[in-house]
Design a protein around this ligand. Sequence first.
Ligand code: ARG
Length: 574
Amino acid sequence: MVNFKEEIAGLIARHVDGLELSEIQDMIEVPQDTKMGDYAFPCFRLAKLLRKAPPLIAKGIAEGIADSPLFEKVEQVNAYVNMFISKEVFVKDTLEEVLQQKDAFGRTDVGQGKTVIVEYSSPNIAKPFHIGHIRSTVIGNSIYKIYDALGYKVIRINHLGDYGTQFGKMICAYRHWGNKEDVIREPIKTLLHYYTKFHVEVEQHPELDDEAREIFAKLERGEKEEVELWQWFRDESLKEFTRVYDMLGITFDSYNGESFYSDKMPRFVKELEEKGLLKESQGAHVVDLEEYGLGTALITKSDGSTLYITRDIAAAVYRKETYDFYKNIYVVASQQNLHFQQWIQIVELLGYDWARDCVHVPFGLVSLEDGTMSTRHGRVVFLEDVLNKAVEKTREIIREKNPDASDEAVDETARIVGIGAVIFQELSNNRIKDYVFKWDKVLNFDGETGPYVQYTHARCASVLRRAGEEITAKAASLQDVDYSCLRSESAYELVKLLYKFPDVVVDAGQRYEPSIVTRHIVDMAQGFNRFYHDEHILTDNEQEKITKVALVIAAKTAIKNGLELLGMKAPEKM
Ligand code: ARG
């Protein structure tokens, strides 16, 4: 696409001596108020250089560049040169870009040659995959898609919580009260039940604790029976998680979780010791981070066993050595802020100069309308149930709207829209904010929701069906178009939104904030609907019709590509 700032800088440079092209480009502004033009050039800073009053300078520049075909109009207002881009040039350029790029529109290559790791989801084995996990899972998946679109090579890691003393307890409980068939039938609920029972029983029988500790020690030493049981729990849990990932259309490149690092930690405990960073405290080993305002971090317990934080240190170094990442991104709840600050600080103290390339991307809490979500109070809401419910509720709505559609078609649409609705809602708010999950809001077809945006996409598709293949094909290749047909305000505003889309993706990537994309998709959908209502698209004038249909194709493309970045599908019919 034409980089307007660059073009304008080139024109201005011919009338200003003594400034670099890049300096001029940096000075060009985009006015808040479109009455001041699409671009503006303030001349205050030139007064000294040119020994002239700023308004005079502005006047000279305005007159000098006014006859470029790039502009519709150039005005001097006080010290500013206000430039109005020729609508036709702008529309032509944008439509050409979108229709040529198609699925690739919005993709760039800023990340070419660089590897980025995105770690997300990372649930704990044998624990429920509950509604709280949706955040890391869906935000992480979108960040992966955004970085992929920016041209980075992305490695997706699910850092499973599959290690720790709780597995000693679980195996112990299974041996006392367990039953194989139950685990196979309902792995997570059953294992959770054993775990809870262990905590009840241990009150009466404290010796269970020693037994569990002994089992964990055997697991750490790699003894066959314990490892087999642990592996089985892990496999069964992963099967259950995978059902949810499949529903969401999410995959990973690696499931190396905490257990993967169990034999990689001694090296770091030694490095910490050699660097004099490790202190003994009641038999345990800690790193004192008081001078950084980060308290103390427990590295090994008094019985020598390592902790969550030690595994994160080992994992970061392993990833650097394996993938040589440019950035190592962790999509993990803000409750773990201190944990991340601590271990990143420790990695830095160990002398790894890439420590600050590890980025914690935190997010706030999700709660349900009827009270907060809590595992501790037994009010666990399984994510799978939420997704199923969303699909079911959507099926009713879709059925009502399409009484004649086949069951298959309704099922398919209900899946795309129901799951999409949950994903969209998740990515609508600034990630750091806490939010309340409300069914009415999620499934509303008219609000700023997933169904609304998907419906808009389906509406674009429906316009193309009505236009017919011949017109659509001509529009797609921009044959026989007349860009002056898109001068109306609603058409032009829509084109502007499309033009902005690639920058929005870059911005969302830089800020690790998918909601920036979500909001822009809503803007584009609203922009399209305004155009749809204001204008007669399928007019009798063929050239006008083709041109307007071209804009419909462009809007449809951008909305679809946007949804793809959120991990959502764009239905052709709804
Ligand atoms: N399993 C952890 C949990 O459920 C999240 C893991 C986050 N990732 C990490 N590298 N520490 O709380």
